[in-house]
Design a protein around this ligand. Structure first.
Ligand code: PLP
Length: 443
């Protein structure tokens, strides 16, 4: 018997047959309101006519051209558009097929930069515990999710770890936010000094942490401090914006809200809003100039680099975001969504925190609000939430807590930017129902 391998080898998920606007329909006729854009991907909703038209037009001219032979106007235009709207001199764009590839590319670009800079001893990356940067071996090594890493640990490069910036759960009640932030930066500096700055390539973090923590933004000044430390020790700062980038937080790049320019930015997901598998890496001038003046090649490459139809989809998404002023819509609707969530769950005994930026919103679930005690991860509340939400006709993106209690179950909401206030009201109403059912199911 031949079969398609699904994530869960024991369960075949419903078959999606039609998706339009905010909704996805399955082959049994059930309709789901998409409150998570899949996994923070479908930022324009489904079947957007402008994106479909751009892809069709590209298919009709050049469906594929290998990047070792040709460039295309559409890939060049996309690169220009991404760079012109990026902060600082992030002027150089490399197009790949997804988020993990973007992270792999970032790691290799950073390493090659130092090799060509005459610093080949730099070989260590620093990343945070409670992080996710993708599932290919380099990206998996970078991420701090122990459950994902465990079976593959012997295959992974060593990565140095520091604490995440996770105010709700990790800041001691006795400490103010400023001291907490300063402490995290001291920890990072100590880690750099322990490793020997001359051995460190880069520090990688998500400006707003998505799947691992549930829309957790850094405390004020954290990324300014990170930038200063990277500058002090000549280390590259890599921003993983695969999930939080491309408008999701109300600015095209999430890091814009921190007032710093990373050396490298990785993009995926919302870049082409799910219409094509595509990712990108943006790098500052000095990095690419070093390679250009040195070997003259970036020692990397995939068959589908700068795929023309993927580039056409991503470019169309960028144009729609601008034409329809969707960044300000994201900021406005995000504020409305958090207000509605606070109205519905502000006094809920099992919702400990409601947080996020723009339409990137998280709810952390707790057994007890006062102590922030998480649910026992063996109860798999997150899975119960997903099942109950689907039964209520709602797609959300929940994630489980950890056995060490350093993270609770959470629910990530990342609705399409086209969501109306009425859609958001529906999301909150259905989520209310789903959460009640899920809590009942685990009791
Ligand atoms: N980085 C972050 C922050 C992500 O959230 C993800 C995916 O969820 C990735 C990287 C990997 O992206 P992909 O699944 O497209 O390979």
């Amino acid at each position: 018997m031949t079969q398609l391998i699904h994530r869960n080898l024991r369960i075949t998920p419903p078959s999606a047959v039609c998706a339009f606007g905010m909704y996805v329909r399955d082959s049994d006729g059930n309709t789901y309101l998409d409150a998570s854009g899949g996994a923070a991907v479908s930022s324009l909703g489904h079947s957007h006519p402008d994106v479909l038209a751009a892809m069709q037009a590209q298919l009709a001219t050049t469906a594929y051209a290998h990047s070792a032979f040709f460039t295309t106007d559409v890939a060049e235009e996309l690169a220009t558009c991404l760079a012109q709207n990026a902060p600082g001199d992030l002027n150089n764009v490399y197009l790949v097929s997804g988020g993990s590839e973007a992270i792999e590319t970032s790691l290799k670009l950073a390493r090659q930069y130092f090799v060509e800079n005459g610093e080949p001893e730099r070989r260590v990356f620093i990343a945070r515990r409670q992080s996710y940067h993708g599932n290919t071996l380099g990206a998996l090594a970078l991420g701090g999710n122990e459950w994902r890493r465990k079976p593959f640990a012997p295959l992974l490069m060593d990565v140095a770890r520091v604490s995440p910036c996770y105010d709700y759960r990790e800041r001691p009640a006795s400490q103010d936010v400023q001291d907490y932030t300063a402490g995290l930066l001291v920890e990072l500096e100590h880690r750099i000094l322990d490793l020997g700055p001359q051995n460190v390539i880069g520090f990688c973090a998500e400006p707003v942490v998505g799947a691992t923590l549930g829309a957790v933004a850094a405390t004020p000044g954290y990324f300014k401090g990170v930038r200063a430390l990277c500058d002090k020790y000549g280390i590259l700062f890599i921003a993983d914006e695969v999930m939080c980038g491309m408008g999701r937080t109300g600015t095209l790049y999430a890091i814009e809200q921190e007032g710093v320019v990373p050396d490298i930015v990785a993009l995926g997901k919302g870049l082409a809003a799910g219409y094509q598998p595509v990712g990108a890496v943006l790098a500052r001038d000095h990095i690419v100039e070093r390679l250009r003046a040195g070997s003259g090649v970036f020692q990397h490459g995939h068959t589908y680099n700068a795929h023309p139809v993927a580039a056409a989809a991503a470019l169309a998404v960028q144009k729609v975001i601008r034409r329809d002023a969707l960044l300000s819509a994201v900021t406005m609707r995000g504020t409305a969504l958090r207000r509605m969530l606070r109205d519905a769950f502000g006094n809920h005994p099992n919702v400990g925190d409601i947080r996020g930026r723009g339409l990137f919103v998280g709810l952390e679930l707790v057994q007890e609000r006062e102590t922030k005690r998480p649910f026992d991860p063996d109860l798999k509340l997150h899975a119960a939430v997903k099942t109950a939400a689907m039964a209520c006709g709602l797609m959300v993106y929940p994630m489980g807590g950890t056995a060490d209690g350093r993270r609770g179950d959470h629910i990530l909401l990342a609705p399409p930017f086209i969501a109306t206030e009425a859609d958001l009201g529906q999301i909150v109403a259905r989520l209310s129902d789903a959460l009640a059912r899920a809590l009942e199911a685990i009791r």
